[in-house]
Ligand binder design. Structure first.
Ligand SMILES: [Zn+2]
Length: 267
């Protein structure tokens, strides 16, 4: 007897870099595979002016499926150059983007002084509030400083997500208290990251969104391969099982959170 096709999950990939050159050769096939896997919407995240514009192009080519964000990634070598901000802010002001970022702090790669990253982060957050958009945050080895930087926006209505969240329950608690969402991706499926799964298992379900961060950080069981939006299904399966929820329910709930956060229409 042929095995029945597993029911398709309702998925949203809230963080992928589909404009990246890693997808230049087969972007259309990647989109098709994502749609076949149940990914009903995909947030294409910009890391500089060029990829932000390119993301908008992908969004126009895939209306109702892809949406784009604009930002300057903290590890971009010349994020220190304040002259880069006005063109990016102008691009954001033209509209069509669903979020500001990614921005944040990265004290791991040491490509840019942390002070300069913090100044860039503040510019992004200010723009997000001015435009009424959520912010997409990146954090690596700089969590206390990130919290400090965000404290000053407490009570302003700042919305957003710490993407690729890798902390434990204490860190999750602090982000949730600031009103932010937790973005769960491939890292949550890696065996050693038990504290991260503890945090995600106990966090309120209405504050979780799923992501791939494609082309990086492919989840188990495709770890080591080029990541792509279709693989968000593996993240959903892992975390649903860990939480003891039916996969379909977990996927639908987290996707509903994503649609609300980024202003996407219900499917
Ligand atoms: Zn990213």
């Amino acid at each position: 007897m042929p095995s029945p096709t597993p029911p398709q999950l309702d998925l949203v990939d809230t963080h992928c870099h589909l404009a990246w050159e890693a997808f230049d050769a087969d972007r259309a096939a990647v989109v098709q595979r994502a749609q076949a896997a149940g990914v009903g919407a995909c947030v294409v995240v910009g890391v500089d002016e060029a990829t932000s514009e390119a993301g908008l192009g992908i969004a126009r080519a895939q209306p109702g499926w892809a949406v784009a964000t604009a930002g300057i990634h903290p590890t971009e070598a010349d994020v220190t150059d304040p002259a880069r901000w006005p063109p990016l802010r102008e691009l954001l002001g033209r509209g069509g983007f669903v979020a500001v970022g990614e921005t944040g702090l990265d004290d791991y790669h040491h490509t840019t002084p942390l002070e300069a990253q913090a100044a860039s982060l503040q510019r992004h957050v200010r723009a997000a509030l001015d435009l009424g958009l959520p912010v997409i945050l990146h954090c690596r080895d700089a969590f206390p400083r990130l919290l400090d930087e965000l404290q000053r926006w407490r009570g302003t209505g700042l919305r957003g997500v710490l993407h690729c969240f890798t902390g434990g329950p204490a860190e999750a608690e602090q982000l949730l208290e600031l009103g932010l969402h937790l973005g769960a991706g491939g890292a949550a499926t890696y065996k050693p990251n038990g504290a991260l799964r503890d945090a995600l298992r106990t966090a309120p379900l209405d504050r979780l969104v799923l992501e791939t961060d494609a082309p990086w950080l492919a989840p188990v069981p495709v770890r080591g391969r080029r990541n792509e939006p279709a693989f968000v299904s593996h993240v959903a399966a892992c975390l649903a099982d860990d939480r003891g929820l039916p996969r379909a329910e977990f996927a639908a709930r987290t996707s509903s959170n994503a649609r609300a956060l980024f202003g996407l229409s219900e499917r």
